[in-house]
Design a protein around this ligand. Sequence first.
Ligand SMILES: NC(=O)C1=CN([C@@H]2O[C@H](COP(=O)(O)OP(=O)(O)OC[C@H]3O[C@@H](n4cnc5c(N)ncnc54)[C@H](OP(=O)(O)O)[C@@H]3O)[C@@H](O)[C@H]2O)C=CC1
Ligand SMILES: CC(C)(CO)C(=O)C(=O)O
Length: 350
Amino acid sequence: MTGTAPVAAPVPDPERPLRLTVIGAGAVGGVLTALADRAGHEVSVTARGEQLTALQARGLHLSGSWGDHLAHPRASANLTEAPDLAVLTVKAQDARSALAANAHHLDGVPLVVLQNGLGGAEAAAAQLPTTPVIGALALFAASFVAPGEVAVTTPATTYLGPVAGTAPEVFDDVLATLGTFLDVQSTPNFAGAQWTKLIVNQVNALPAITGLSVQQTIADPLLRRILTASMREAVTIARASGVHFEPVYGLDDPVLTAFAAASPTTAEALPQSIATRMGPVPNPGSTLQSLLRHHLTEIDHLNGAIVTTAHTLGLNAPLNATLTALVHQAEHTGAFLTPAQIASAVGLSA
Ligand SMILES: NC(=O)C1=CN([C@@H]2O[C@H](COP(=O)(O)OP(=O)(O)OC[C@H]3O[C@@H](n4cnc5c(N)ncnc54)[C@H](OP(=O)(O)O)[C@@H]3O)[C@@H](O)[C@H]2O)C=CC1
Ligand SMILES: CC(C)(CO)C(=O)C(=O)O
């Protein structure tokens, strides 16, 4: 894959385990916690609600594509000491308050911000000016099965990119450390990689509106047509704002340029290739998972980011705007829609 460089992982030193903390150990953070613990690192987490109670009482159980492991990380509502390395894995809308609550222990500590959407890592760097920040984009899929239980439904690479102001040697150290338990690659243009991931995350909205998995959504002819159209709209807006798509998950600038130029029917091959990569284990996606836990979603940072970008250019992204509104409707009503209802809402004939 061009523009990315695999890194040889160092062997963890049993004499001095690395003290890694995961801020917001939900689905993705839970997976990182269990993998890091299995690799011999000393892991602590912050969590809240039922998840915090379960972690303190029973520990954290990982299952799925990366095997089974039971970890007993130190769990608290907020950090109680400064770690060697921190990873922030809360949803975008919780990032600012989670960082504010832990800022005192993050001074000078390398912080990986693993978050979908645009600008999360950059916002963290602006909020914590004395903390070196590294951006991360996970392509593996993680499910929050129950408090204390997480599962990997699709194994895949996590892409890391430096944020302006972070020293190259700090970035290299973090890449090597995460490489001791995770499949990681560096990406030089992190903003371009965030955009490519945002195109992949077009798969999130329709499952949240229908209650279906990503794979079921893409298998449905009507939903696949809507998804293809929303992805094409997103690529068009990105290109209008001068984005260069970095290689992520088999997508890159030439692939997405050809996707936007293809006939709508030919273009459907792209979401189908994403479903194939995701494999057979149903993946609800992180947005539907928020809804199923009766939480607000990240949708304003996903399809909503396409709408915002369009507006800054004096353009519109009507399909992404409607999908954003339909996810908000599902947040408020708790009811799912059928493919035909969605087609009617977005003005497509069934
Ligand atoms: N799940 C996936 O497959 C993937 C997710 N991502 C991205 O990774 C990020 C994390 O997603 P995901 O793991 O699914 O989200 P989750 O909601 O499962 O995990 C986030 C956790 O952080 C907790 N939390 C929020 N604020 C705080 C706080 N201040 N202190 C302590 N804990 C807190 C949440 O608690 P509560 O439940 O109470 O809100 C929740 O348990 C998102 O940006 C997502 O888009 C990227 C790739 C794949
Ligand atoms: C890659 C994918 C689609 C995995 O589910 C994801 O990023 C998400 O669910 O938010």
